[in-house]
Design a protein around this ligand. Structure first.
Ligand code: 13P
Ligand code: SF4
Length: 312
């Protein structure tokens, strides 16, 4: 065990802190975390933990969601610059105006949004529960879905609805190369193609299974196939390989790079050193405006309640 790992473990115990990590974090951070999960699971953990301090090894909106759900706890993110291009593609003032222009619509927002966007939302979703939550509304319900157009288009296609979509996207998931995926399929003809619904529809059309990071992991674990081409941020391969040492996972590369992996530059801002520093300094801390938090907590709680009822 490295000195840094030992020191982080000790600080965690001393401060009664819990470390939550998303699957897109580096392997060393995933390995030291108390819990590793997708966006939904991280929110569920943040809501139920009795730790005094939550260290969210993920991006800013995940820290915000944790703080909104556990306002009395100190919520830290190792690097506050860990933002999200998808959340950035949906400025709160413009989204609020869009909502105002469609007063008869129910507003469903992906968790990858700022607290201010959640504050004008009726129910939050993640990629794990988006389809079921949309389907919990009547077929003729008028719905605004934001901000991810790829996830929105995918949900529209599988539920046969015409939700009004916000035109946002994640720069990582938009980058997967169909050409390189086609080439990989020639090399690994038996490989199962796994894709996250934030990918473009051309990539999703080639997928054998589409789901959240947690769903992709579960599918790989339960499958009797041996090779998988993975179209989501390559951090998930760490847990896939750990859970399935006898299987081969190949990351689908992005368009404009010679690198084989597609990494989220925001997620990768967090490092073990920054994790140690934030525990010792109890900073940087996530702060959410109280008025916004009081509004944003309702659609997040609603998501957690529906998810619990659905057994998710
Ligand atoms: P999930 O964690 O819901 O799979 O979403 C992936 C993502 O892009 C998180 O930023
Ligand atoms: Fe945001 Fe995309 Fe990074 Fe997820 S992978 S945190 S959606 S920029």
């Amino acid at each position: 065990m490295s000195e840094l790992t030992t020191a982080i473990e000790q600080l965690k115990r001393d401060k009664n802190a819990i470390i939550l990590a998303h699957y897109y974090q580096t392997g060393d951070i995933q390995d030291i975390a108390d819990f590793v999960g997708d966006s939904l699971a991280l929110a569920q953990w943040a809501a139920k933990t009795d730790a005094d301090m939550i260290v969210m090894c993920g991006v800013h909106f995940m820290g915000e969601t944790a703080k909104i759900l556990s306002p009395d706890k100190k919520v830290l993110v190792p690097d506050l610059a860990a933002g999200c291009s998808l959340a950035d593609s949906c400025p709160a003032d413009k989204f609020a105006q869009f909502v105002k222009e469609h007063p008869d619509h129910t507003v469903i927002s992906y968790v990858n949004t700022t607290a201010a966007v959640k504050a004008v939302t009726d129910v939050v979703v993640t990629s794990t529960n988006a389809r079921q939550i949309v389907e919990s509304f009547p077929k003729d319900e008028k719905i605004i879905f934001g901000p991810d157009r790829n996830l929105g288009n995918y949900i529209n296609s599988v539920t046969n609805r015409q939700m009004l979509l916000w035109n946002g996207a994640c720069h990582v998931h938009e980058q997967f190369s169909v050409e390189k995926l086609v080439d990989l399929k020639k090399v690994y003809p038996d490989a199962v193609v796994l894709a996250h619904p934030e990918c473009k529809s051309v990539v999703l059309k080639m997928a054998d299974f589409i789901g959240s990071t947690a769903a992709l992991l579960k599918y790989a674990v339960n499958s009797d196939k041996k090779e998988f081409l993975v179209a989501t941020e390559s951090g998930i391969l760490h847990e896939m390989q750990k859970k399935c040492p006898d299987k081969t996972f190949i990351p689908v590369p992005p368009n404009d790079s010679t690198c084989a992996c597609n990494e989220c530059n925001f997620m990768r801002l967090n490092t073990m050193q920054k994790l140690y520093d934030c525990l010792i300094n109890e900073s940087p801390e996530i702060v959410v405006d109280e008025v916004i938090a009081a509004k944003a907590v309702k659609p997040i709680q609603r998501m957690l309640e529906i998810s619990a009822a659905l057994g998710l």
